[in-house]
Write a protein that binds this ligand. Structure first.
Ligand SMILES: [Zn+2]
Length: 259
């Protein structure tokens, strides 16, 4: 399924592709007598020949027209299998892309309603037939160039240029403004980075101070332990002296008190 401007539809099937023994594209939507238009790529052309019938492999096919169109650029196309009543052009007609040429049909050497379409790189030479697919499949965007637009006058150009200049000036101003904003943001970023550094430094000094205090506490605790031990020693000594004094008192009582 593909789009082709031959049908102006996007559900067209290539039922037989181009090959050395089949010098065209067979196209069908599965619906009989579909209108066929001059494809976009042809742009415009002239109907230069219509054969009412033809002979193939010794068989003559009557009421089987072959339509020949010469394109604007010197290439050409052939349309086969339309019924005579569906041929919408006559020899000598000028046609433009999108204009109906004929319909799909089942006339001539054919097995089922379709269009046999050929592309000739030289309009009157059948030996120049090539695969039409690149020219007519998915060719929605190959819109034919319409008649060239009237050349706008100089004033119109100057006006357009001035509008563009004005737009450019505006864009430059906007760019300059955004540059300044970027610069300010950058400065602010540097300042904030400095603040963060300061915080980090003071945090470090507090940590150091804390460690020092912990060491001091430990040292003082140790000192306190030592003093307590000394004090207990002294207490023991005092008890010893107290006992001696008691003993001496008892001795003195014995020596002098007995009298
Ligand atoms: Zn064919």
């Amino acid at each position: 399924m593909a789009y082709t401007s031959l049908f102006k539809k996007d559900d067209v099937k290539i039922t037989t592709p181009f090959s050395s023994s089949h010098k065209g594209l067979d196209l069908s939507r599965g619906v009989v007598r579909q209108p066929i238009y001059l494809p976009n790529r042809a742009v415009s052309g002239t109907v230069w020949k219509i054969l009412p019938s033809y002979t193939k492999n010794g068989v003559e096919y009557k009421d089987a027209p072959i339509i020949y169109v010469k394109h604007k650029d010197g290439s050409g196309s052939r349309y086969i299998h339309s019924y005579p009543k569906d041929v919408k052009v006559k020899v000598g007609d000028t046609v433009v892309a999108g204009q109906q040429i004929c319909c799909t049909g089942n006339s001539g050497h054919s097995h089922g309603d379709h269009l046999h379409f050929e592309w000739l790189t030289k309009w009157d030479d059948l030996n120049t037939r090539v695969d039409p697919a690149p020219y007519v499949i998915n060719d929605k965007t190959q819109t034919p160039p319409t008649t060239p637009p009237d050349t706008p006058n100089c004033d119109e150009y100057i006006k357009q240029v001035n509008i563009l200049k004005e737009e450019n000036k505006g864009l430059n101003e906007a760019l300059e403004k955004s540059k300044n904003e970027t610069k300010l943001a950058k400065e602010r970023e540097v300042y904030l980075e400095g603040v963060v550094e300061e915080y980090k430094a003071s945090e470090k000094s507090l940590t150091e101070r804390n460690e020092y205090l912990e060491q001091e506490v430990a040292r003082l605790e140790k000192e306190k332990g030592e003093l307590e031990y000394e004090l207990s020693q002294l207490k023991n000594n005092k008890q010893f002296f107290d006992k001696i004094i008691e003993w001496l008192n008892n001795l003195l009582k014995k020596v002098f008190g007995g009298k």
